[in-house]
Design a protein around this ligand. Sequence first.
Ligand code: UPG
Length: 453
Amino acid sequence: MGGLKFHVLMYPWFATGHMTPFLFLANKLAEKGHTVTFLLPKKSLKQLEHFNLFPHNIVFRSVTVPHVDGLPVGTETASEIPVTSTDLLMSAMDLTRDQVEAVVRAVEPDLIFFDFAHWIPEVARDFGLKTVKYVVVSASTIASMLVPGGELGVPPPGYPSSKVLLRKQDAYTMKKLEPTNTIDVGPNLLERVTTSLMNSDVIAIRTAREIEGNFCDYIEKHCRKKVLLTGPVFPEPDKTRELEERWVKWLSGYEPDSVVFCALGSQVILEKDQFQELCLGMELTGSPFLVAVKPPRGSSTIQEALPEGFEERVKGRGLVWGGWVQQPLILSHPSVGCFVSHCGFGSMWESLLSDCQIVLVPQLGDQVLNTRLLSDELKVSVEVAREETGWFSKESLCDAVNSVMKRDSELGNLVRKNHTKWRETVASPGLMTGYVDAFVESLQDLVSGTTHD
Ligand SMILES: O=c1ccn([C@@H]2O[C@H](COP(=O)(O)OP(=O)(O)O[C@H]3O[C@H](CO)[C@@H](O)[C@H](O)[C@H]3O)[C@@H](O)[C@H]2O)c(=O)[nH]1
């Protein structure tokens, strides 16, 4: 608890998968007596408030997200829009610079944490402050962004892995990100990320050396600056919130480890045909299943998009739900035996912490890299096979699930064994506290201007 106390201003990208890990880290800092001003869009306040375990030390301040042409009026967060409109929301974030400067002036922080607001180092310089670019995607994602433009499947010189790569059949992930608008919105995502990496004082990554050490070293060398690791920074289990009664009731009707749970995060919106294939694949597994995804593109409800006759056929054993569910609590329910995930970075950690078998069906580039890390390097999961176009069939989904769910499957036993080993590693309390303690010490040095070789 000793040493210098500092005040951090945090300004994460307006997406659940970014704001929540920032807040988890804020809790760790607050626990040690440091203070945090957390800037976020108004709409996100409600969703995040309950994660704030130290309301005296962590103070939320909302920003007004200005309207930009091309976005529906009132848009404030990435989960409200398709990923192809991300660049528009980023340009709206750029327009909040005045508001951020006013907050800096008012609260006088010692440090600013940011991720996509690439102009934060300029603001900080004006006030004589230090900045931390906090990476809440995997180190492998950042490493692969540092040398863009190479041939898919071929590691750039010095890149630390021949497995954690985008391959030719992953080209579809790039199409998914192509902006659909023609409005000039300033720098693209890659430019924002590289500018942020280059202009911040230090880079911090939400990862563990045990899992991605070689990628962290690669980034440090490439960016020629210190890379600090916070460890996975899992949230404390929230004992005040229990799994909703409807899910407790539904899940309790099934045998232990029998239910296949599928969730694709806060952003993914499938095309209708791929959504239907997902449903049919789950049906084909023969297992009870719960799918929690957004309605597919062009449909306003799940019901209107389900395949013909599907609901009657799976009645009593399968459910497709279009709303938000409590993912970590569902994963820890004894009836849930398999997690079919998009492998967003948050879900990646949650899947590692769970004792479910893991089946991955990534949708975006970073999710593909996380998938390769888990499936090909750590061998704790299996990936659903895709065709060259990026399409996955109901058969390939069903095969992947059954390959790890069938009793006595060799692959199932192998991934279970590896998963147990890695879960024990990442969940060991010593690992987390060790990372956070070392991270805080480095921040104290940064604020006080102390240097260590
Ligand atoms: O119904 C749901 C859906 C999600 N979650 C939670 O929401 C978080 C989602 O985070 P993540 O798994 O990281 O997914 P996304 O928010 O979809 O991911 C975005 O942000 C990630 C960085 O954290 C990137 O890796 C992804 O590519 C990007 O799409 C997790 O904690 C989930 O437990 C729920 O609780 N209920």
